[in-house]
Write a protein that binds this ligand. Structure first.
Ligand code: MCA
Ligand code: AMP
Length: 484
């Protein structure tokens, strides 16, 4: 296929990546990624220790240039989660920054250190294996309602398609400078936030860690676009009254984009009032990459995720699978999509892959929506109550319940999500303690989950109960779990 990164074919002195005070030009990026790519196997999968650092971007681009599939690892994941991802994806080695300490079981893999200042790997000179459009580019782990996360296999074709569709929708060019502080082990931060600007021949400024001050500084000094999750826009909306430089910087941006979860209309309005700019929402999923967006030249309508992107077929269906043909703003159906933006399946999970598609090839998103008369999509909810979106992270209730049950002080556990102004939803654990006289504390359970799975999966609230409400079949009735 043609290169995912045309700007690396004849690279120049323009800055491609900036992380804090470290940066790489396209020429330097071509050299660094070329040097790493030469040390990679032909085919197979490689893991990347995906810290929010320059090395991660170099490692992923090197993998893609070498034609291997990249498995990004959340460096905050606990041993159980990492163990599952490694045994499922079986990477042949791990790419990491020199000096990064890799915990077990990642530390047991052969390791290639990513030297960002390497030279000698100029674009075009790679021992290029034959790489096809359908070959996997990434395997990104994503939570389901039950069980451990599944690896979504994302082909090169989907990455190229989605980034080009967004370029069309957002008038995104090589002149844009994107700022963000998103994690680099999910689609939002990695595919849109790093590979996106590189495919356009533009520039990324990664904040390392999100802060309103960092956003303001970057936008005041040349950045043109901001990508963030709703929690970050909520924190921006909260900070605007006290940070006039933030309002000014946002006011000067070309494009402010939100995604990964719904941005509440109240935050939309507060930001618009203080900055004169409207945040555009786009809607995607790990399995589908991007499906819809409000277009840069379209009407920014708060509470909607815009229209289908070029090449994406989108339909709403009723419970029995009947397509909804009306665009009336009120007929609710599940969003199903088709198109070149889709993944090829879940790694090692043909059962889950088959279940995710209809017989006629549409992907079931599980998101419920209505369509306005002009085609704008409004997401109104989710089919599965056991999927929680917290801070823009998708978290399955089942995996947290399983982790809680591994704590000796927990006899029974149920996990729900409840509304949270900052996180969108917060994780709530309902626990029947083994010993009612000495129940494990909320902090202890949070630490237990954070250490096994990942900190963002920890319960923020813990309730102790004498028993869980169950129906005649013994199934936990989560709807009966409400706060006193
Ligand atoms: C707290 N911490 C702990 C514990 N408690 N560590 C260990 N044990 C504990 N018990 C640490 C955390 O690791 C974190 O460290 C810090 O304390 C604060 O934690 P937390 O409160 O969870 O974080 P936050 O500051 O509230 O994070 C908010 C956030 C974050 C920055 C908005 O949620 C975030 O980055 N969200 C982005 C999610 C995202 O990219 N989703 C994309 C997937 P430290 O601060 O050092 O980390 S969706 C997607 O890709 C689709 C395609 C789409 O549509 O986009
Ligand atoms: P993930 O599985 O982590 O990739 O998250 C994908 C899910 O995030 C989607 O199925 C939606 O539920 C949600 N999502 C992404 N973008 C938006 C948005 N702009 N508005 C509402 N929900 C969104």
């Amino acid at each position: 296929m043609s290169s995912l990164f045309p700007a690396l074919e004849s690279p120049g002195g323009k800055v491609a990546l900036r992380f804090g005070d470290r940066s790489l030009t396209y020429a330097e990026l071509a050299a660094a990624t070329g040097a790493v790519a030469r040390r990679l196997p032909v085919g197979g999968r490689v893991a990347v220790w995906a810290t929010p650092e320059l090395e991660t971007a170099v490692a992923v681009v090197a993998g893609l240039r070498a034609g291997v599939a990249v498995v990004p690892l959340n460096p905050k994941s606990g041993e159980k989660e990492l163990g599952h991802i490694l045994s499922d994806s079986a990477p042949v080695l791990v790419l990491a920054a020199p000096g990064d300490e890799l915990p077990a079981p990642v530390g047991d893999l052969p390791r290639v250190d990513v030297e960002v200042s390497a030279t000698g790997g100029v674009g075009g000179a790679l021992p290029s294996p034959s790489v096809a459009d359908e070959d996997p580019a990434l395997v990104v782990y994503t939570s389901g309602t039950t069980g451990p996360p599944k690896g979504a296999v994302i082909p090169r074709r989907a990455v190229a398609h989605t980034l080009d569709a967004l370029a069309d929708a957002w008038r995104w060019t090589g002149d844009d400078v994107l700022v963000h502080g998103l994690p680099l082990f999910h689609v939002h931060g990695l595919v849109l936030g790093i590979l996106g600007p590189l495919r356009r021949g533009g520039t990324v400024r990664h904040l390392g860690r999100f802060s309103t001050q960092g956003v303001a500084r970057a936008l005041a000094t040349g950045a043109t676009m901001l990508f963030a999750v709703p929690t970050m826009y909520h924190r921006i909306a909260q900070a605007l009254p006290e940070e006039p430089e933030l309002a000014e910087a946002l006011g000067g941006a070309r494009l402010l984009v939100s995604g990964s979860a719904a941005l509440p209309v109240h935050d939309h309005e507060r930001i618009a009032a203080a900055t004169g700019r409207r945040v555009l929402e786009r809607y995607g999923m790990t399995e589908t990459l991007m499906n819809t967006s409000v277009r840069a030249d379209g009407e920014p309508r708060a509470g909607t995720v815009g229209v289908p992107l070029p090449g994406v077929d989108l339909r709403l269906v009723e419970e029995d699978g009947t397509p909804i043909t009306s665009y009336d703003g009120e007929s609710v159906g599940e969003i199903q999509v088709r198109g070149p933006n889709l993944f090829t399946g879940y790694l090692n999970r043909p059962d889950a892959t088959a279940a995710a598609f209809t017989a006629d090839g549409w992907f079931r998103t599980g998101d419920m929506a209505v369509r306005d008369p002009d085609g704008y999509v409004r997401i109104v909810g989710r089919k599965a109550t056991d999927l929680i979106k917290s801070g823009g992270y998708k978290i399955g209730a089942g995996e947290i319940e399983n982790a809680l049950l591994e704590h000796p002080g927990v006899r029974e556990a149920a996990v729900t999500g409840e509304p949270d102004a900052d996180l969108g939803e917060r994780i709530v654990a309902w626990v029947v303690p083994t010993d009612p006289e000495a129940p494990p504390s909320a902090d202890e359970l949070a630490d237990h989950v954070a250490a096994r799975l990942a900190p963002h999966k920890r319960p923020r609230v813990v309730h102790h109960l004498g028993s869980l409400p169950r129906n005649d079949m013994g199934k936990i009735m989560k709807r009966a779990l409400v706060r006193d």
